[in-house]
Ligand binder design. Structure first.
Ligand SMILES: Cc1cc2nc3c(=O)[nH]c(=O)nc-3n(C[C@H](O)[C@H](O)[C@H](O)COP(=O)(O)OP(=O)(O)OC[C@H]3O[C@@H](n4cnc5c(N)ncnc54)[C@H](O)[C@@H]3O)c2cc1C
Length: 430
């Protein structure tokens, strides 16, 4: 087990948690149960699969170590984006142009899926359309323009290119050289959404047990998940623990690195001051390796994410660093600090491509969202549910993406990653 494994308990300082009424805990697994499908993890992946499978009439039991949304799904930046953590070029290298195109199309279906679920299930999660990728350096602008052309020409995914003046009309910051604006992407309140997803899955018939950490899983003599208080025996298992599995599935965990990433929320700025910063209320992300991403909340704060910790501990001086980055984007907020500060763990793969598939014929998994999982994890749950129901077409395309363990093994993978990320960060700064 990795000594520096992340914590799952919700940070008391999350604005998401503070902005919603608390949730009564669901009962822990009381003893032994039998189901068609047993799911580890109540984040987007596990709950998405639970919703789909219960909707098909299967008996589904979800076991969650903490509470619904305690993992990345309840704490992320809320940006609902097509694509994956890697660029389409990486997908093309891994599986060729035709399958890369299919994978990209699936990711767009993931965005549509989230949009549809919000409206079908009436989830009140402050959905707002529009997202801009913004370059800081000429080299980043060249790459982003090339990506925009590639998406339009080869992936039939048109976005808008905004020059500096067009961007400045929407975003009151002089830090950026323009924008690739995507009207099809969006942002939402992630904790409200994951709680809504859980309620929808339960309404469809799924059972969720909280405070029920899975200690081990097995395939023989029958597939099952085991906790301290009981065992769920099922026809199929789904491991959807993301960066928080903590040693129970080494072949999965060797292929991801939990990386800490952090978000701060300013105090409410008032409607007029907030709207003057981002007039069209879009979400924004720059294109650096260690990127800044930000948006407005429905109560007129700036939610500002940035920085990464390649140790599992928050970096020293985090509040000051994040505040400095906020002020670099919006110098007009020099009088404003961060009222809330929280973090979570992203599960990056070495190539940043998603890692979904089967560990055994009846054991499915999805991980490796690499910080790009609001839409993709919802898609993963749906794709795996389809496969369990006998249509594995989409999952088989994902399973063609090959993943190696992180170089250096458990002991050296983190220092090696720190060194390579330091080089990429240096490249951003230069
Ligand atoms: C700070 C931050 C910002 C992000 N911003 C964005 C963004 O803006 N846009 C975007 O697309 N993506 C973003 N992401 C990534 C995105 O949030 C994730 O990819 C996505 O939520 C993954 O969902 P999941 O269900 O696979 O994992 P999780 O939400 O992490 O769920 C896994 C669940 O499994 C449970 N679990 C683990 N082990 C066990 C066990 N043994 N027994 C029982 N339960 C267990 C955990 O408690 C957890 O609840 C961000 C992530 C973070 C941390």
């Amino acid at each position: 087990m990795d000594a520096a494994l992340p914590h799952a308990s919700p940070p008391p300082d999350s604005w998401y948690a503070a902005s919603m009424p608390g949730c009564a805990p669901r009962p822990a697994l009381p003893g032994d149960l039998q189901a068609d499908v047993a799911i580890l993890g109540a984040g987007y992946t596990g709950l998405s699969a639970a919703l789909e499978l219960a909707g098909r009439g299967l008996q589904v039991v979800v076991l969650e170590a903490g509470q619904v949304g305690d993992g990345a799904s309840g704490r992320n930046g809320g940006q609902v984006l097509p694509g994956y953590g890697c660029e389409v070029d990486t997908l093309e290298t891994l599986v060729g142009r035709a399958d890369a195109r299919r994978l990209f199309d699936f990711s767009c279906q993931g965005v549509d899926l989230v949009r549809r679920r919000v409206s079908t299930h009436g989830i009140d999660c402050h959905w707002v359309d529009g997202h801009a990728n913004v370059p800081i350096q000429p080299r980043q602008e060249r790459r982003l323009r090339a990506l925009q052309a590639q998406l339009a020409d080869q992936y039939d995914y048109p976005t808008q290119w905004w020059d500096t003046a067009t961007l400045r009309a929407q975003l009151d910051s002089n830090r950026y050289r323009g924008a690739m604006f995507d009207p099809g992407a969006a942002h939402l309140h992630p904790l409200a959404f994951v709680r809504g997803l859980a309620a929808a899955a339960e309404a469809a018939g799924a059972i969720i047990h909280e405070h029920s950490r899975v200690l081990s899983w097995q395939t023989a003599p029958y597939p099952a998940l085991r906790t301290h208080h009981g065992t769920v025996r099922a026809g199929h298992l789904l491991l959807a623990g993301n960066a928080l599995l903590r040693g129970i599935a080494p072949t999965l965990e060797d292929r991801i690195m939990p990386v800490g990433t952090y978000i701060g929320a300013t105090p409410p700025l008032g409607a007029a001051r907030a709207a003057a910063l981002i007039r069209n209320n879009m979400a924004v992300a720059d294109t650096s390796w260690v990127l800044d991403y930000f948006r407005l909340s429905h109560d007129h704060r700036v939610l500002f994410g940035g920085g990464a910790s390649y140790s599992a501990l928050p970096p020293p001086g985090l509040r000051q660093t994040l505040t400095r980055r906020l002020h670099a984007v919006f110098p007009q907020l020099r009088d404003v600090g961060l009222e809330h500060l929280w973090g979570g763990y992203v599960d990056i793969t070495a190539n940043r491509a998603p890692h979904w598939g089967r560990l055994a014929p009846e054991v499915y998994f999805a991980q490796g969202f690499s910080g790009h999982g609001v839409a993709a994890a919802n898609l993963a749950g749906q794709v795996i549910a389809e496969a369990i129901a006998g249509q594995a077409g989409r999952l088989d395309v994902f399973a063609r993406l090959r993943h190696r363990p992180f170089p250096g093994g458990r002991l050296l993978r983190r220092p090696l990653l720190v060194a390579s990320m330091a080089l990429l960060r240096l490249r951003d700064l230069l």
